[in-house]
Design a protein around this ligand. Structure first.
Ligand SMILES: C[S@@+](CC[C@H](N)C(=O)[O-])C[C@H]1O[C@@H](n2cnc3c(N)ncnc32)[C@H](O)[C@@H]1O
Length: 267
């Protein structure tokens, strides 16, 4: 299976993650540094958070985008309007592009879902010209996402068999400190630079948080639905208490951090 990402359609993705990846896309592009007049590839474009941010900046000559999920590809095609974006379905581990075709290959929040991230990085390197840029970002899933921690720590405390599921979600490939940076160095990229990008995830209310967390992307809703009803109710009420933290229901804001790494192709 080329993807470990469980998709539930473009709208569910946007409410769960797309609204936040839009925020991250801007900081990520500032860090990666768009190559003026270059040809850019967005690997794992999802519903287009990064793709459209690239287009908005009007700096590059061409934009290609690729995702494994065909309904995400369709969503980008529908939403792009007059913007000149070539979007297609494909696998990050076997990019359907010529070698040395782009000045930049970018990937936002994708490599932790690709079964062989090292292979995907080597593909990004292959399709970029010498002197070009490869850059990627992944969430710091273990220590950098308190809202997700709040959810899964509560679930595991109430229902200990969920501990394994929590580990699988918190410790994803490429998300440990320095892991992505080391992978870039091993891929032969030069002048590899790394940073931590932090955005805020702002929710209107507990419902805004809960509906997206459970019924958005991933398998959370099936997981919860598979538990006895009293356990489901206990989890929801304990997560609600953690969200409210003793205050009336309303907006809450959580920091979320992503590791970002950039390097130059030297062949
Ligand atoms: C968390 S989403 C990020 C999407 C988008 N870059 C964003 O920031 O909103 C992860 C994306 O990676 C895609 N993906 C996972 N494995 C892939 C693969 N092997 N090839 C192409 N896309 C893949 C998923 O389909 C999904 O759209």
């Amino acid at each position: 299976m080329p993807s470990n990402f469980v998709a539930r359609g473009p709208e569910a993705y946007d409410s769960y993650m797309g609204r936040w990846s839009k925020r991250l896309a801007s900081d990520f592009l500032d860090f990666a540094g768009l190559v003026e007049g270059g040809a850019v590839l967005d690997v794992g474009c999802g519903t287009g958070s990064l793709t459209f941010e690239i287009a908005t900046r009007r700096k590059v000559a061409s934009i290609d985008a690729l995702d494994y999920e065909s309904d995400f590809v369709e969503a980008v095609n529908t939403r792009k309007g007059a913007a000149s974006i070539n979007v297609r379905q494909g696998d990050a581990m076997a990019l359907p592009y010529e070698s040395a075709q782009f000045e930049m290959a970018l990937s936002l929040l994708v490599l932790h879902f690709v079964p062989d991230a090292v292979r995907a990085i080597s593909e990004m390197v292959r399709v970029v010209k010498p002197g070009g840029v490869v850059a990627a970002a992944v969430w710091d899933t273990f220590g950098g996402m308190p809202s997700r921690r709040m959810f899964w720590d509560t679930v595991a405390a109430i229902h200990p068999p969920a501990e394994q599921r929590r580990s699988g979600l918190l410790i994803r490939p490429m998300t440990r400190p320095n892991e992505l940076q080391t992978a870039f160095q091993h891929a032969g990229l030069s002048d590899v630079a790394a940073t931590l990008l932090t955005i805020r995830m702002d929710f209107e209310s507990f419902e805004d948080f809960w509906i997206a967390a459970v019924f958005g992307q991933g398998t959370h809703s099936e997981f919860l639905a598979g538990l006895p009803e009293p356990t489901q109710r206990q989890i929801e009420s304990s997560v609600r208490a953690a969200y409210l933290a003793g205050l009336p229901d309303g907006p809450r804001s959580f920091a979320s951090s992503a590791w970002a790494v950039r390097g130059f192709v030297t062949r």
